[in-house]
Write a protein that binds this ligand. Structure first.
Ligand code: SAM
Length: 447
């Protein structure tokens, strides 16, 4: 097999990154955007030892699950790489990922629920982080083409709240008007690297973060004055990121207008959110995810609860009024500040959050003799560490509720809990990220 060769392929499966999978002359071929059941003429792009990558030249037999997407760029940029698949099939794809992972470790007897659909299939994101670059001599916002840093200019981000798209376009116009330079990542020059916009559906408050190479730039005050006139904007922040790095946010935030946070609501609990704090991005699906986790926890008024990897305390503060005490930990200092402020804001006085690595704090608490009833964990994609798992088990929780955005690391960690005497018989996938391959899932472990 050679690069640029054209081959006819029958697609038999979808990879976990949602690429069509075919087999040809003993090789596995991953075909961009092809769907199971389709027959395609494909051009080979890259050949490795046992596998190759290809792109569709022509669809000979089309899948009934295919949607003709209005803007190809949504799929090409990876912004919405499942947008060409009917939503019901996206939900199946996510469930199948969990089923396949469990099969690999011979846990076929675990029940995998149907994926809980998101109330909104598009326009659901309450936050956008979009790169700003110069394209053909003009400052543009958009999204990077998949596996590259080529900016594809966009004004409709499809999965983002349309009110946020409106703000992104308006800010882009203001930056052009004042001739503020876009960031040039090759030479680490220019100014605006990203626009980061958050909006609360509940309060309508909008935060605009200009991620900049410098702490200040000559047109900043005029630019901020105009942005502050955009309907809904209550906070403008300059985030200073001077480094040559792919990390989006720098460490320092400077308030240029209004508040240093916005306020949002989950159920009847209010949350202040600072620029560096994590907040679930699907506003309507989040309370459904938490309710599922909380129902499974079956909490009692006498329970001592841990909210690990707590962010701004969204899970712990949602349950604090129904239990004896909540303790939580989180690595981002500003998020912990938000979590403790959020307890006060909601008249909650039995919840306490501390800053630190969960894998260090949990062993400390266990050593101090802490006993717990329910532990909620909601780690980042890399999952838990063995140190955390050992210490969590040492506090003898009756239940551990594991919320994860990466079923592969979740399944790995569940095996460790199993070795320590905890069992689980069900996984509940939840779609927090429609149009993307990401899967969220909830598992309850009992002793
Ligand atoms: C998926 S988020 C969940 C946050 C929160 N539970 C929620 O639903 O909004 C994971 C959180 O873990 C934090 N984090 C990452 N690594 C950590 C670590 N080693 N120890 C504690 N927190 C960590 C992140 O800053 C982030 O806020």
């Amino acid at each position: 097999m050679q690069k640029n060769q054209i081959v006819e392929l029958e697609i038999t499966d979808l990879s976990y990154e949602a690429m069509g999978v075919a087999h040809y002359e003993g090789m596995t071929i991953f075909v961009n955007n092809a769907l199971p059941g389709e027959v395609v003429k494909a051009k080979i792009l890259k050949v490795k030892k046992n596998f190759a990558f290809a792109k569709i030249e022509k669809i000979i037999k089309e899948s009934p699950d295919r949607i003709n997407v209005k803007l190809n760029q949504w799929v090409q940029t990876g912004l919405a790489s499942l947008a060409h698949i009917k939503y019901a099939k996206q939900l199946d794809f996510k469930r199948n990922q969990v089923v396949n992972l469990l099969q690999k470790i011979h846990m076929d007897d675990v029940k995998v629920d149907e994926t809980l659909a998101s109330p909104e299939e598009i326009g659901y994101r309450n936050k956008a982080q979009v790169p700003v670059r110069e394209v053909n001599g003009q400052l543009e916002i958009g999204f990077f083409r998949r596996h590259s840093h080529d900016l594809v200019p966009l004004t409709n981000f499809f999965t983002t709240d349309p009110e946020i798209d409106r703000v992104l376009v308006a800010v882009c116009d203001i930056l052009r008007k004042y001739k503020v330079p876009a960031y040039d990542e090759i030479h680490n020059k220019g100014e605006v690297r990203y626009l980061d916009v958050r909006r609360s559906k509940a309060t309508g408050e909008i935060m605009v973060i200009l991620v900049c190479l410098h702490r200040d730039f000559p047109e900043l005050l005029e630019v901020a004055a105009e942005i502050s006139q955009i309907k809904g904007v209550t906070s403008i922040i300059l985030n200073h990121n001077p480094k040559k790095t792919n990390v989006i946010l720098g460490k320092k935030d400077y308030v240029v207008f209004g508040e240093d946070h916005i306020t949002d609501m989950i159920g009847d609990v209010k949350f202040r959110i600072s620029p560096q704090s994590f907040f679930q991005i699907n506003s309507l699906q989040t309370p459904r995810l938490y309710n599922l986790a909380i129902e499974k926890a079956d909490l009692k008024p006498s329970d001592v609860v841990i909210d690990a990897y707590s962010g701004i305390g969204t899970i712990g503060l949602s349950v604090a009024k129904h239990v004896k005490a909540v303790r939580g930990m989180e690595i981002v200092k500003d998020a912990v500040k938000d979590a403790n402020a959020n307890a006060k804001l909601n008249g909650i006085n039995n919840a306490q959050y501390v800053t630190g690595k969960a894998e260090e704090i949990m062993p400390r608490w266990a050593k101090e003799g802490l006993k717990t009833d329910v532990i909620f964990v909601d780690p980042p994609r890399k999952g838990l560490t063995p140190e955390f798992i050992d210490a969590a088990v040492e506090t003898s929780p009756k239940k551990i509720v594991y919320i994860s955005c990466n079923p592969a690391t979740q399944v790995r960690d569940l095996q460790l809990f199993k070795e320590k005497g905890y069992k689980f018989d069900e996984v509940a996938p939840v779609d927090m990220f429609p149009q993307t391959p990401h899967v969220e899932s909830v598992v309850v472990l009992t002793k």
